[in-house]
Design a protein around this ligand. Structure first.
Ligand code: PAN
Ligand code: ZN
Length: 185
């Protein structure tokens, strides 16, 4: 089994919203989320818009190892539905995760069976996401990016189908200078 042997550091680069020491960058556009935003027709007209960027530090995917990343969700909306991550569950449902707000204002949507919660995320606030809860993050600011740090077990895995098997009970829309949660039929 290959494990991380030597200590290493990462650093959040101020105003660049990325993790120095990360070894992967992924960019998600509206096109990548065509099946996720409610308004498929408007999504089709703004396919190239970047919704979020993730810089991640990889480690061996072994028990005991920890992954970490910075997510930057840009301000914006698709027909009023605020920019957000795709959302997922962990393939290994025993695995929890911590999100720590770095800047901006957001909401973490959490779904387990019929249970739904929306928890506000802001600078220096952390949200503990227990295993078994699907999670998605929404940028509720119309001006600033939402930036947060995540740390989770390397053996979690990503289950992106989980949000289709058990959709979030609410979506988040712009409401003037604020936001509103709208129930999904
Ligand atoms: C986070 C997310 C990250 C991007 O690191 O992976 O914010 O969101 P999606 O994976 O839903 O596209 C995390 O929850 N990791 O487990
Ligand atoms: Zn996760």
């Amino acid at each position: 089994m290959i494990m991380t042997e030597k200590p290493f550091i990462t650093r959040i680069v101020p105003e660049e919203f990325r993790l120095d020491g990360a070894d992967s960058l992924s960019i998600t556009t509206v096109k990548d989320m065509a099946s996720i935003f409610l308004s498929k027709s408007i999504a089709a007209t703004m396919q190239d818009r970047i919704v979020y960027r993730v810089t991640k530090r990889n480690v061996p995917l072994e028990s005991g190892e920890l992954l970490q990343c910075i997510t930057e969700i840009l301000p914006g909306d698709c027909d009023g539905e605020l920019f957000m991550t795709k959302g997922h569950g962990h393939s290994n449902s025993a695995c929890a995760e911590i999100y720590l707000g770095i800047s901006g204002r957001g909401l973490v949507l959490l779904q387990r069976g019929n249970e739904f919660q929306a928890i506000e995320l802001e600078k220096y606030k952390s949200v503990y996401i227990p295993g078994g809860w699907n999670h998605r993050t929404v940028n509720v600011s119309s001006e600033d990016p939402l930036v947060f740090y995540s740390i989770w077990p390397a053996q979690s895995g990503y289950d992106y189908d989980a949000i289709f098997r058990n959709p979030f009970s609410k979506r988040v829309f712009r409401d003037g200078s604020s936001y509103k949660l709208v129930g999904v039929q």
